[in-house]
Write a protein that binds this ligand. Structure first.
Ligand code: AMP
Ligand code: GLY
Length: 425
């Protein structure tokens, strides 16, 4: 088979890496890839959102299967367009991708189907939003309605910050994404990522994971796309998992079907587990980044075989085999991320880091310039390692991270801290 992966981040590097291992696959292409993907797959210089050109490429090159990484092409109907041309593609149609593309849709949908989520109101007017905040007080959470790469959400503690955030959003800080603003109750607790492969009302879970959204240690600083993750997380016990499936996954899949928005692809529930029980913070219609990187390290069975089974109506046959080891991924970012960051810095030490056979380094914002690898994005690498438990995995991953250098590199030193604390109890 010839497989095309759409996307250019760490998640896509991990997908390409896994797909390369498939006995079904002869050739892997990636649009538009990065410096790491270029070493293991054929790079296609087409942007992930240039759907017209991607369709043409897939037809001309007789691509047997396309796998979509990010949300943007999904919400811009890449799946609808590929299917319209008779091309096989794994991901949701745009009618289902709205579950991530519009927070207002997702919140109203959860209300309709009684999926537990924070109380909220949606606003299209700045003054009404500010009145509402003044009435309910802080802490409170303010979210731009549309896609903003995980950065259109602010959790504010003071009224001044809240007013500023509302003004920024209506002032266009996130472009069209912030014409509508969702304001919701602040929930305390611990965040986890629960991801499934889904088709209609059926699903196969992948192992639980936990991301670290804040930029700096001790969960301080601004929200980012994610600074590191590990899998599995012991907060998801079998009982908790059963509750997630019964109260969240099943009603969501059924509700989407009822509304003519049948799902087919990955469904990612970002959950908050705390004093108010298990609540959905957001749905994503794709795998997480960086969660995919440690999760793919644990998948022993064939991802492409599973995807083909799901697409051919055989999701019941999908029985993935997961490594018992704990897997962890630490993101190395460019100085300035998640705001403006520097580019073009030379990266060294990856080969050294990968000398440990338990370590794999996935690239995100990297580029090959001749035989030099340079930075080209905010999140530059995800360094992953596996180990018998979280403490061992953590030791391995950080000794690998320390070998990697570029000017202005920074990373969190406490990825997995909650799990380490739990293990010690
Ligand atoms: P979202 O994109 O909606 O998941 O929001 C991004 C991040 O903001 C989440 O990963 C949480 O860290 C935080 N967040 C979102 N909603 C809430 C909430 N209701 N209470 C507390 N934190 C939240
Ligand atoms: N790691 C968070 C996300 O992929 O949305």
């Amino acid at each position: 088979m010839k497989v095309l992966v759409v996307g250019n981040g760490g998640r896509e590097h991990a997908l390409v890496w896994k797909i390369k291992h498939s006995p079904l696959v002869k050739e892997v292409y990636c649009a538009s890839g990065n410096g790491g993907i270029e070493k293991i797959a054929k790079i296609v210089r087409i942007s992930p959102t240039d759907i017209y050109s991607l369709v043409r490429f897939a037809k001309e090159n007789r691509i047997d299967l396309t796998v979509v990484g990010p949300e943007q092409p999904l919400s811009e109907a890449i799946v609808d367009r590929f299917e319209g041309e008779g091309l096989k593609i794994f991901g949701h149609r745009s009618s289902a991708a709205i579950l991530e593309a519009s927070k207002a849709f997702a919140k109203d949908f959860m209300k309709r189907y009684k999926v537990p989520t924070a109380l909220y109101e949606t606003f299209e007017n700045q003054d009404e939003a500010i009145d509402f905040i003044n009435r309910v007080g802080t802490p409170i959470v303010i979210k731009a309605d549309g896609l903003a790469a995980g950065k259109g959400v602010v959790v504010v503690k003071s009224l001044e910050e809240a007013h500023q955030a509302v003004k920024d959003m209506f002032g266009g800080k996130f472009g069209p994404a912030s014409k509508r603003v969702v304001i919701e109750e602040f929930l305390e607790g611990e965040e986890v990522s629960y991801i499934c492969m889904v088709k209609g009302d059926k699903f196969v879970p992948v192992p639980s994971s936990q991301d670290h959204k804040k930029a700096y240690d001790n969960d301080e600083g601004p929200n980012t796309g994610g600074m590191g993750a590990y899998s599995p997380t012991s907060i998801i016990t079998p009982e908790v998992e059963k509750e997630i499936q019964e109260k969240i996954v099943i009603p969501t899949l059924r509700g989407m079907m009822e509304e003519g928005r049948e799902m087919s692809g990955f469904l990612y529930a970002g959950l908050m587990i705390g004093p108010k029980g298990i609540n959905v913070l957001e749905f994503n219609v794709r795998m997480g980044d960086p969660e995919t990187q440690p999760i793919m390290r644990r998948l022993k069975s064939d991802l492409v075989g599973h995807i083909m089974d799901i697409m051919e109506g055989g999701i019941e046959r999908v029985k993935p085999i997961w490594d018992d080891k704990v897997s962890i991924g630490v993101v190395v970012a460019s100085r300035g991320y998640p705001d403006r960051y520097e580019k073009g810095k030379v990266i060294s030490g990856i080969e050294e880091a990968e000398k440990d056979s338990d370590v794999v380094v996935f690239h995100a914002g990297t580029e090959l310039e001749g035989d030099r690898l340079i930075t080209n994005g905010g999140r530059v690498l995800t360094v992953t390692a596996t180990g018998q438990d979280i403490v061992k995995a953590k030791e391995k991953v950080y000794s690998a991270v320390e070998k990697i250098k570029f000017e202005g590199a920074f990373y969190r030193k406490d990825i997995g801290w909650r799990e380490v604390t739990r293990l010690k109890q």
